[in-house]
Design a binder for this molecule. Structure first.
Ligand code: PHE
Length: 455
């Protein structure tokens, strides 16, 4: 059986071990979303209440959608577009895959910009660039930097080059190997930073803000943000995990992998909150400061913290590693699509995809500064890419994925796929089917429409 499968698909790449699967998929999930975005939106939407809504979405919607993506991916062993076409020939379903590939372009373009900032902040912390500066000076430094037309563009392109290099090395020798090295390092760094932060005098207020909910502070906008972020953080809704699922071998349990990857991603977000909130409160700084939280507020913390020089370096290395293992997963979606659907050689496809997303990233970066005046629906190009992808395309993609697996593939096919390398009791299978057929689609639709004020 196994031999036959290997024979059939001998030309398609596969991850070499279960550990490799978890590290690669968790590498995709754990990214800027966990360390940059999660703490700042938790800060903006009021702390613990937001956290609890977010956790509920991860468990009830995130895990089932992730499992659905793995099922489509391993079931078809194709890129997202080709996977839908193979499983549902002569239908409109492949457009769901197409949408995901579009989302990949958009996300990677602004993702590389923020990752580039992080890269520059490694250099800045190595050269002791924060010390002796006031909060206002640190804020002004950040703004001057991101609005400059040259420096952030160079760092963004450098980051995209690193991303392209790993994907160029291939699924096993690039993505899997890279993730197996970078992820344990990342976990190690985040734990060290967490210990430093919660042992600061005055850290308790930060813990209270993060864990003691005040539901009166919760808004519908916050609920939409929690759902959108659950998708973003778990890398769902655009076919990243369809793509990685297509590299999972038949002896690996998909349900177990989905639970482990979601668990690891959530754990790292919580650890990131434990790094940031206690430190922010210990130094009497405002937690709701938005996207600048890790680039302005944290340096301000590092300046005052004993050992801040070293912890600053560790933090921005952490942020960059997290970004890199995610960026490779987004680039891979585009590369494997170019390769399998447009029949471009994989290495050529990698260069092409890196160059195109890199150039889109340049537009994003410039929209922070010299092109700031050019807005679409009141957003600059950078925010537009973020908004369309995180709040429209990912939830919509997730909705289509759950409907597809629930209604089109159906219980028998799902059962066959999740029984390989594992087992799900009939009761659990029923729960899963109910979640993806009815509960997740309705929840996504309500929160989505409510959020964009159509309801
Ligand atoms: N999950 C990644 C993060 O949290 C971002 C991402 C989104 C990656 C969608 C792939 C697909 O940073």
């Amino acid at each position: 059986m196994t031999d036959k499968r290997h024979h059939h698909h001998s030309r398609r790449a596969e991850f070499s071990s279960k550990f490799g699967v978890i590290m690669a998929a968790a590498g995709s999930a754990v990214g800027l979303g966990n360390i940059w975005k999660f703490p700042y939106i938790t800060g903006v939407y009021g702390g613990a209440a937001f956290l609890f809504v977010y956790l509920a979405f991860i468990a009830a919607i995130g895990v089932p959608v992730m499992l659905s993506e793995f099922i489509i991916g391993r079931g078809a062993r194709r890129n997202p577009f080709g996977a839908f076409r193979k499983l549902a020939p002569n239908s409109l379903w492949p457009f769901a895959g197409m949408m995901g590939i579009g989302a990949a372009f958009m996300i990677l373009s602004y993702y590389g910009v923020v990752a580039g900032w992080s890269l520059e902040y490694i250099v800045r912390s190595l050269t002791d660039g924060f010390s002796g500066k006031s909060a206002d000076e640190l804020a002004a430094d950040f703004t001057t930097f991101v609005e400059s037309p040259v420096e952030p563009v160079i760092y963004q392109l450098l980051f995209m080059f690193m991303t392209g290099l790993i994907v160029f090395a291939g699924v096993k020798n690039g993505i899997e190997k890279g993730s197996k090295i970078m992820m344990p390092l990342l976990i190690f760094i985040v734990i060290i930073l967490g210990i430093r932060s919660i042992t600061l005098p005055g850290a308790g207020d930060g813990l209270k803000f993060f864990f003691k909910p005040d539901f009166s502070r919760l808004t519908w906008e916050g609920v939409l943000a929690a759902l959108g972020h659950a998708f973003f953080s778990l890398s769902l809704g655009m076919g990243t995990l369809i793509t990685y699922g297509s590299y999972i071998s038949a002896d690996t349990s998909l349900p177990r992998s989905a639970v482990q990857v979601s668990g690891l991603d959530t754990l790292i977000s919580i650890l990131a909150g434990l790094v940031i909130f206690p430190a922010v409160f210990a130094y009497g700084i405002e937690p709701g400061s938005g996207p600048g939280l890790v680039f302005i507020t944290l340096p301000n913390v590092f300046v005052q913290m004993p050992g801040g020089y070293v912890f600053a370096i560790l933090f921005f290395v952490l942020l960059t590693l997290a970004a890199l293992t995610s960026a490779i997963s987004i680039l891979e979606v585009v590369v494997v699509y170019f390769h399998e659907e447009l029949k471009i050689r994989r290495k050529v496809a990698t260069v092409l995809a890196t160059v195109v997303t890199g150039l889109l990233g340049v537009i994003c970066s410039l929209s922070m500064g010299i092109n700031k005046g050019q807005t679409f629906f009141g957003l600059n190009f950078f925010d537009l890419m973020d908004w369309i992808s995180a709040y429209l395309l990912l939830p919509l993609g997730g909705l289509l994925i759950t409907l597809f697996v629930g209604w089109r593939l159906g219980r028998r096919l799902v059962h066959a796929e999740i029984s390989k390398g594992g087992h799900l009791s009939p009761a659990m299978l029923t729960v899963f089917m109910a979640l993806i057929k009815i509960i997740a689609p309705i929840a996504i639709a309500i929160v989505f429409f409510k959020g964009i004020n159509l309801l």
